[in-house]
Design a protein. Sequence first.
Lengths: 544, 127
Amino acid sequence: MASQTQAPDPGALPAAMIEHATAMADWVVILPVVLCLIGGALLLIMRKSRIGQAGLAILVTIGVIASDIALLMRTLDGPVSMTMGKWLPPFGIAFTADVLSAGFALAAAVATLVVLFYTQAELQLREVRHGFHALVLLMLAGVSGAFLTGDIFNLYVWFEVMLIASFGLMIMGGRKIQLDAAVKYGFLNFLATTFFLVALGYLYGLVGTLNMADIVTAAAVAPKVPMAAIASLMLLAFGMKAAAFPVNAWLPASYHAPDPGVSALFAGLLTKVGAYTLLRILVALMPGTRDWLGPVLVVVATTTLIIAPLGALAQTNLRRALGFFVIGGIGAILAGLAIGTPTGIQGGAIYAFNSMLVMTAFYLVAGLVERVTGEMDTRQMGGLYAVNSPLSIAFLVLVFAAAGLPPSLAFWPKLLLVEGSVASGQYWVLAAVLINSILTSIAGSRLWAHIFWRQGRAGTHSEQPNDRLRPLSPTYRGFAAVPTGALVLAIVLLGLWPNPVFEAGRLAATGLVDPVPYVAATGLAPANDAAQGGAAMASEETPR
Amino acid sequence: MIETAYALLIGVFFATAVYLILSKAVIRMLLGVAVLGNAVNLLIFTAGRLTREAPPIVTAESGERLVAPYANPLPQALILTAIVIGFAMFTFLLVLGYRAYQELDADNTDTMRLTEPEKAPPPPTTY
């Protein structure tokens, strides 16, 4: 914001350096990342103290949530930007946050906090000493950095930070199944970021800049065909990261392998970063290519929406089935992208926010179910309702949330998706969104029936009460069940009073469709060609 | 002219990498990942335009600004970052592959079926 006053000097070269210090208030843009990195470093120093590590990690995450809230409040008045290293954009690396990035960063930090509480119940001392908490904070740093950065190469770096931390978490514990999962997860995700790097190289070669706000201006006048090739590569790369249909196989093969807390963190955070990047790049940075890729996006979104719940129906492993629900959520976000109107994008963005919280909660509830039953296979569960009825309520609420049924927040973005697809005549997307809801509620309620409603285990025992259930220990009740319950309650409350999220989603979608304020926040000259004319008109009424 | 030669070289690198990654042996996939990383680095280097023998250095004679022609320094910075990250990732995957070989006694991805069991139970039929 401080650099906004920079007027280009017509005679000499324009100034390239920032002369004065950044306003303190602008530091809030990088605070979520800085706190996580400092916290992670401190945790490495005190790696022998279990209580100290847990306490510091939770404190840092609360600090990150506070700065995310402060950032979100500021972005409601328009995007906030900060450039590092005294070089003005497009040369210096900028962090640029708008409502979309700040909202997603907030959801990610909240999900991380709940998971940190939960893992206190299940962590072993060995895992604490191997740096579990430091890895969680580093992963949050990577995720927040990817949401908040305004430089596309910097985005690649944050993707890799996130990836290397998630590798560590994936194999934490060192069970055979985790190594097996990490091979699949590791290779495919590393390939995806490499594809992104290829696209990045081409993009730099074509437009000669890496600053996102600068790309908005440069991409509008860049040759169409190479841009379409770059966008296709980006779609492949982030489609892989987000686990969209043809390239989704790694997710159900890996997310159920680590401990429930870790898989909850992955399910909540990682795929949504890919979805966020698709929204940012295809809608805000290269709007022309989104229109070109429209038919592809429709096919990807509809197939993802329909294949995912079918996969969940066929599973007997609880957390593998949930993996398919994660993929279904990605399908809904991509549906918003495929619709492409502000309403559709608003739906996709709110769905992503919702999906971060819901999927984290769902995996945590699944972890509690596994704890009580001592099984991962739904056929060996059963009769849980008699032992732990609050768990069955939470599970059912989350089934509704995954399917997009009313008492949860997910209903409202699904409604927006339906509205947007009807308004733009995209009936294939409309059909896929509705079929996804029906199939997900069938798959989810069948899981519920198998785990909670059936008297006992499958087979000959199904009519006898399940004698293998163990009640939760006080540690599990205090650290794991209460925070998870609070998260489920928050999802329901947000569903009953969706107005703040709804309004923030509208601002986020406006910010994506009309990137003029985003460009202006970095201090770069906004685009003024005819293609942006309508957008510039829209920006005159400043949001809020 | 030299760009064409580089483009062909990058093509060969990519083809080799794709061939190796499509293999079932984890060790070949690792080699493929290493070659792929180099292919991408060369690609970024070439995309930043190749300029010979003109270091991007500001001197007193040049009047405190870069005088064209000069080599583009940014791709070099990007590649340096990508090399470091790629090296870290490759190292991790190498150790992971080795540990997987030890623990699972398998270098063949077809036999790595712990997460996706080969004889998966049939889908539930009740309800």
